[in-house]
Ligand binder design. Structure first.
Ligand code: PMP
Length: 356
């Protein structure tokens, strides 16, 4: 740490993303991305004219992109905020609406970035324990004094909170903001999006990094009331007006309109998830039922940290969290049929070695 870092950032706990090693070709199932390509429409959209466009600043209001998102999700442009990944969108939400000294609540097992944001912005946080089966009881959140953030479905467990429960919470607490991070909701098929423009205290955040196979472009968006989106845009214009570049927006517009391709990719990953879950169970794994594009599992005969290491030796990256509450489990992202077949063979071989 340099002598120049200001006191308020000394307590920061930077987020540690899943590793992206380049030393050899891996089957990459550690960061809930996919090896499926973006929509064919994206390949067409990134033409030479997009390269010529690089000479000029992109539209800081992101009008065309916001309009495209709005028309696909049945809202108005004023109800859409777009940003550099769900991470940046979440960061703007916390910057805009959460005050120092105010409490922010989230489950004790969830996306690690919420803790990072809370530390970065000096927010007073409280983590509410999930149930033994990793489910979340909405009643634990009904009478708190502060704002709430959920990943729904949750990462790394894949568990989801019923939409009706979230609506009850939002309705009962009009003075408190509820943020629902729906990074994985496409793999579940249920969503709070229709509620986001109905309740002024609800913000729904989405990403192109998962179901649209575009983590590298890092696009996220939020849908909420016009007033909330206007506030977020004011923050953005006070921070970095050009948070999305022109090439990324051209790709985003093409991708968001291609709902046929999106549905095809989602169906494929969900089918592979259910198949992989049952294959793991046949090998004796305990698997949490997942609504996302990953499974959270463990086997009694090998620790998950050892399994993670051995899979890496075989060229397969998975994610193990050293945290005491998660240590027993391994998170495996769902890839293509071929990738999952290779993983299964590797796991069988590792288990056979352990038994000897
Ligand atoms: N929310 C959740 C719950 C996630 O798991 C992730 C990615 N790991 C993100 C947000 C980040 O999405 P993005 O790539 O759009 O920043």
């Amino acid at each position: 740490m340099s002598i120049f870092l200001v006191d308020e950032y000394k307590e920061m706990e930077p987020y540690v993303p899943g590793e992206q090693p380049k030393d050899k070709l891996y089957i990459k199932l550690n960061a809930n991305e996919t090896s499926l390509p973006p929509s064919p429409k994206v390949f067409e959209a990134i033409s030479k004219s997009e390269i010529w466009n690089m000479s000029y600043y992109a539209d800081p209001h992101c009008h065309e992109f916001r309009k495209a998102v709005a028309s696909v999700y049945g809202v108005t442009e004023e109800e859409v905020f777009v940003g550099n990944g769900a991470d940046e969108v979440l960061s703007f939400v916390l910057m805009s609406f959460f005050r120092r000294g105010m409490k922010i609540y989230f489950p004790d097992i969830t996306y690690g970035f919420y803790r990072t944001y809370a530390k970065t912005y000096g927010l007073d946080m409280e983590e509410i324990p999930v149930k033994d089966d990793f489910s979340i009881d909405i009643n634990d959140y009904m009478d708190l004094e502060g704002d709430i953030i959920f990943a729904n479905p949750n990462n790394p467990t894949g568990r989801a909170i019923p939409i009706d429960d979230i609506e009850k919470l939002v309705k009962k607490n009009p003075e408190r903001m509820v943020i629902v991070d729906e990074a994985y909701a496409d793999y579940w098929g249920e969503t709070c999006l229709p509620l986001a423009t109905k309740y002024p205290n609800l913000v729904v955040v989405r990403t192109f990094s998962k179901s649209r196979n575009m983590a590298g472009t890092h696009i996220g968006f939020a849908i909420a009331s016009k007033e909330i989106i206007a506030d977020m845009n004011s923050i953005k214009f006070s921070f970095n007006p050009f948070n999305l570049n022109s090439v990324t927006m051209a790709a985003g517009i093409a991708a968001v309109k291609d709902t046929y391709y999106l549905d095809k990719c989602i169906n494929r990953i969900v089918t592979n998830r259910e198949q992989f879950k049952s294959d793991l169970e046949n090998l004796g794994f305990h698997v949490i039922p997942s609504k996302a594009n990953f499974v959270f599992c463990y086997h009694d005969t090998i620790s998950s940290s050892e399994l993670c290491e051995k899979l890496k030796e075989e060229g397969i990256l998975t994610r193990h969290f050293a945290d005491a509450k998660l240590d027993k489990y391994l998170r495996i992202t769902i890839g293509t049929e071929q990738e999952m077949a290779v993983v299964l063979i590797a796991i069988k071989e590792i288990l056979a070695e352990v038994k000897v």
